[in-house]
Design a protein around this ligand. Structure first.
Ligand SMILES: [Zn+2]
Length: 292
């Protein structure tokens, strides 16, 4: 008998035999073939939690380091306690914060890059603690690829809502809110909570009810805190939460739970969106730097 090797199914993240036609857990066709295809591009990933944290930390370091490479006056910002140095606004702009002026000029990709940017040590620390806590839980319930879909799309939706809320309020309610740029992974984190609530409601039973209660309570506490703390965009939180709930509902449909292929291709598209956004960020950065 020849030796059979096990691989990680790229549809659901569970161990399956390489030779199988369909994954027995998520029904993805030819999981071995797809896994080999992905690993040629370096995606041999069982969990997206660490890569997400790594990209956030890399961007954070880059935001501090950018003034070293770019000969322009970039004053350091202040973290929200006013005690710690924070990346300068110029750095955050160059790395693609979600600014309405940038977006209306056609740079919609900033909705993705802004999810990976943070304005200070406490900001990134809190958000990454939530990612480390809720990421694996979401992956356990939905599988790693669906967690990535929920995380990225909720982050995008949260930023979109946060950017346009003051504009809509100014136009229709006559408020005079400043159109501030938005950064941070918190919309995405709230998306994970929303998706887990959708899962819990669908699953029902004691475990389902506990999940709904726990995630609902956290979301509520954080949103109340968001109204009390200055400089927090609750629009991003609420937008991300609602988006995560809707995406969680969709990904809990039979089409996605029985057929791993749909989720797999969707995750691949989301990864493509991220690669495109980072590429556009790099190109904009290069063209701006070359003009200095
Ligand atoms: Zn599978």
């Amino acid at each position: 008998m020849s030796e059979r090797t096990s691989i990680i199914c790229p549809g659901c993240g569970k161990l399956v035999s390489d030779y199988m036609e369909n994954c027995p857990h998520c029904n993805l066709k030819h999981p071995g073939q797809k896994q080999r295809f992905l690993s040629t591009f370096g995606f041999n990933i069982r969990s997206f939690v660490k890569p997400i944290i790594a990209i956030n930390v890399a961007f954070f370091i880059l935001a501090y380091a950018l003034p070293l490479f770019i000969p322009t006056h970039m004053p350091m910002g202040r973290d929200f306690l006013g005690l710690l140095p924070a990346p300068s606004y110029v750095s955050l702009n160059l790395l693609g914060w979600a600014d309405i002026r940038l977006m209306l000029a056609g740079n919609w990709w900033v909705l993705v890059t802004a999810t990976f940017l943070h304005g200070g040590i406490l900001h990134i620390l809190f958000n990454m603690m939530w990612v480390r806590d809720l990421g694996p839980q979401t992956e356990y319930l939905f599988g790693p690829h669906k967690m990535l879909i929920i995380f990225i799309l909720s982050g995008v939706a949260g930023n979109l809502v946060a950017v346009f809320t003051p504009l809509v309020a100014n136009s229709f309610l006559g408020t005079r809110s400043a159109l501030l740029p938005v950064i941070g992974a918190s919309g995405a984190v709230f998306g994970l909570m929303g998706a887990m609530i959708a899962f819990g409601r669908k699953r029902g039973g004691f475990y389902g009810r506990q999940l709904v209660r726990q995630m609902g309570m956290w979301a509520l506490i954080l949103i109340v805190m968001g109204f009390l703390l200055p400089g927090v965009s609750n629009a991003a939180h609420i937008g991300g939460f609602i988006a995560g709930f809707i995406i969680g509902q969709i990904l809990s449909l039979r089409r996605f739970t029985v057929n791993g292929s749909a989720g797999f291709w969707m995750a691949l598209a989301v990864m493509g969106l991220c690669v495109y956004s980072f590429l556009m960020m790099g190109l904009r950065l290069l063209s701006l730097v070359s003009r200095i």
